[in-house]
Design a protein around this ligand. Structure first.
Ligand code: DGL
Length: 284
């Protein structure tokens, strides 16, 4: 008699009763920017199954109140938990800044935000007594989540912060290489060049796509810290420590958004070269 799993496979049923390591990682963001974190997870953890949720109906989070961002984040967390995820990655810096504690209270599985990995990477990049510049949405900067996390490490660094709200629409317009992107980056960041910054944290999902321009404006002495990259590296370590790494064959990816799946799919390809395949819709 053929094994049950073979019969399910033949019938196209996937992961009937997956082992804990085969359960997916849930990743969520306010929209498509979190694909920078998805891209890093895919590159650093090729065997993992990934479920990505983008809240395209309610983006942007960066201009919303803490209450709204928390309520949205909790709804999405509950939704992803139903997908039996083994780890939840909060790719959105704004949600990581404002809602991480509440998400952790709700989630029985480990929750990883992008703030702490970004802070650790910045401390590795800046010397003791050095200066770290945090960039992000207005909500992230106003929350002071990065500066509090930096202070909590006890490291002797000075923290400067700058909200750069126009970066998000510039990226979504596909204008990362246009002169306007550099002009806006100069407007926001040139005053900090004189302040002898050692490391700059890209504290927003979209900013890694402007990394080259930001690096050019800040000059060669400034190390640019990508929280998306750091978060994926931390996810790998966490899963390894818990014996939950899924290695072997290539993992699958699933994309779900709360609105406009075609726009999401087209921008995923245009901005990051990610082929999403069919994108499903979940409305809240
Ligand atoms: N994903 C958001 C973040 O990383 C940026 C876009 C938004 O404002 O929702 O903060």
């Amino acid at each position: 008699m053929r094994k049950k799993t073979e019969l399910f496979k033949k019938a196209g049923v996937r992961n009937v009763c997956p082992r804990p390591s085969e359960r997916p990682i849930g990743v969520f963001d306010s929209g498509l920017g979190g694909l920078t974190v998805f891209r890093e997870l895919r590159a650093q953890l090729p065997g993992e199954n990934l479920v990505y949720f983008g809240d395209t109906a309610r983006v942007p989070y960066g201009t919303k109140s803490a209450e709204a961002v928390r309520a949205f984040s909790l709804e999405i967390t509950a939704f992803l938990l139903k997908k039996k995820v083994k780890l939840l990655v909060v790719a959105c810096n704004t949600a990581s800044s404002l809602a991480l504690d509440q998400i952790r209270e709700l989630s029985p599985v480990p929750v990883l935000g992008v703030i702490l990995p970004g802070v650790e990477a910045a401390l590795a990049a800046a010397p003791a007594g050095g200066k770290v510049l945090v960039t992000g949405t207005s909500a992230t900067v106003n929350s002071r989540a990065y500066s509090r996390a930096l202070a909590a490490t006890g490291a002797r660094v000075r923290v400067l912060e700058k909200a750069c709200p126009l970066f998000v629409p510039i990226v979504e317009e596909g204008w990362c290489d246009r002169p306007v992107a550099e002009a806006v980056a100069r407007e926001y960041l040139l005053p900090f060049r004189k302040k002898k910054v050692d490391a700059l944290i890209l504290g927003c999902t979209h900013y890694p796509l402007l990394k080259k321009i930001i690096a050019r404006v800040m000059g060669p002495r400034v190390r640019i810290v990508d929280s998306a990259h750091a978060a994926a590296a931390r996810a790998r370590l966490d899963l390894a420590e818990r014996g939950l790494l899924n290695s072997g064959r290539l993992g699958w990816s699933q994309f779900i958004v709360s609105d406009a799946p075609e726009r999401f799919s087209a921008l995923a390809m245009k901005l990051l070269g990610i082929k999403t395949g069919k994108v499903s819709v979940k409305r809240f």
